[in-house]
Design a protein around this ligand. Structure first.
Ligand code: UD1
Length: 360
């Protein structure tokens, strides 16, 4: 059986790594295609190295562009690639433009697709990722879900119950495996969160969603609120290129925020596991903080990962920066939401995927 994996953007890489390894253990023939959606060293190459992902067999080099441009280029590139490689199964990950486009290309060629991280829904079609999730799950043959809410969403949309497989969270496979490699005092010192007195409390921030950073007023409000929090504790903000471009274009100031270049996976995890609070609009970070038991404030109106709120340490606070400041004060004073780790976020999700593929 020949399995072709498609990855394109940063959050895909941590999901594909354990699946590639589990299938390699079973001796299956695999091909890895990188669409090239993310191409910066820090967003792509460095993560491949840390996660020991093999070099892609092919890079489509699609790069940046409008949604239509990016999606169309992946579609054209994937069609050529699939006609040449003739895989028996295509594995796609998450919800980025590359995921939806690769799924469409394979489905048109009648090649079965398996979607890792199926069934997540925010219910918000203003998010490009929600459109990608709907397209991918509608067309995929196998739907590997990270949590039972995903199964319920898929059944509610009329998916064949036999196609839905609750396997757990592959991101957590990667996190568990790499956590022992995050004792990096040099990094903590260079980020200004550790000194001779030891590690102090700090806030870690990531924001890159169009809903937060594309609107200059909302971005300015967020930066000013974060800068206020930084009066009390260091606020470290590894900045996605999209966010940096908006801050520069609008002439906004970082104030007291420590803005740094995007970090590698291990660098980010080194900070994340020790943060007193994480403020984010990322999907994966909501899950990682829940696993790590670190309080998380999500600057979004909704989440496709509700289990991180019901069971985990996540709180949805919309775009209300006053609320962000008051919740941050509460958490930094030691009053935190306690959470539990969702079922099957146990480091073995990729093995369950490989077990299922082994039965096909
Ligand atoms: C994409 C995903 C998003 C994911 C995020 C993680 C979609 C619709 N969105 O968003 O779900 O959370 O990746 O990072 O697929 N850029 C660079 N270098 C790069 C890549 C991008 O500078 O290597 C800049 C470009 O200016 C580009 C912009 O970032 O236009 C946005 O990149 P794009 O891939 O379109 O989406 P992301 O915001 O990264």
């Amino acid at each position: 059986m020949h399995i072709l994996h498609v990855v394109g953007a940063r959050p895909n890489f941590m999901k594909a790594a354990p699946v590639l390894a589990a299938l390699a253990d079973r001796g299956l023939h695999q091909t890895l295609v990188h669409t090239g959606q993310h191409y910066d060293a820090k967003l792509s190459d460095a993560i491949f190295q840390e996660l020991h992902i093999p070099q892609p067999d092919l890079n489509l080099g699609v790069g940046s562009g409008s949604h239509a441009e990016q999606t169309a280029q992946v579609l054209v590139g994937m069609e050529k690639c699939l006609l040449k490689k003739k895989p028996d199964l295509v594995l796609v990950y998450g919800d980025v433009n590359s995921t939806a486009a690769a799924t469409l290309a394979a489905a048109k060629l009648l090649i079965p697709v398996a979607h890792v991280e199926a069934g997540l829904r925010s219910g918000d079609r203003t998010m490009p990722e929600e459109i990608n999730r709907l397209i991918t799950d509608r067309l995929a043959t196998w739907l590997y879900t990270p949590s039972a809410d995903g199964d319920a969403n898929l059944r509610g949309e009329g998916a064949d119950p036999g196609s839905i497989k609750l396997v757990g969270n592959v991101m957590i496979d990667t996190l568990q495996k790499l956590l022992p490699l995050t004792d990096r005092n040099d990094l903590l010192q260079s980020m200004g969160v550790m000194n001779r007195g030891g590690l102090g409390p700090f806030v870690l921030v990531t924001l890159h969603r169009p809903s937060n950073v594309d609107d200059s007023e909302s971005l300015a409000r967020l930066l000013s609120a974060l800068s206020e929090i930084a009066r009390d504790v260091p606020v470290v903000f590894p900045v996605h290129p999209r966010t940096r471009a908006r801050v520069q274009a609008q002439g906004l100031s970082w104030g007291r925020i420590k803005s740094v270049e995007p970090l590698t996976y291990l660098e980010f995890l080194t900070l994340q596991r020790r943060a007193a609070l994480v403020i984010t609009d990322s999907g994966g970070i909501q899950e990682e903080t829940t696993y790590l038991g670190v309080p998380c404030l999500t600057m979004r109106e909704n989440t496709e990962r509700p289990i991180t709120v019901t069971l985990g340490t996540n709180q949805l606070i919309g775009r209300d920066t006053e609320r962000m400041k008051s919740e941050a004060r509460t958490i930094l004073s030691g009053r935190t939401k306690k959470g539990t780790v969702p079922p099957l976020w146990d480091g073995h999700a990729a093995e369950r995927i490989a077990d299922h593929i082994g039965t096909l």
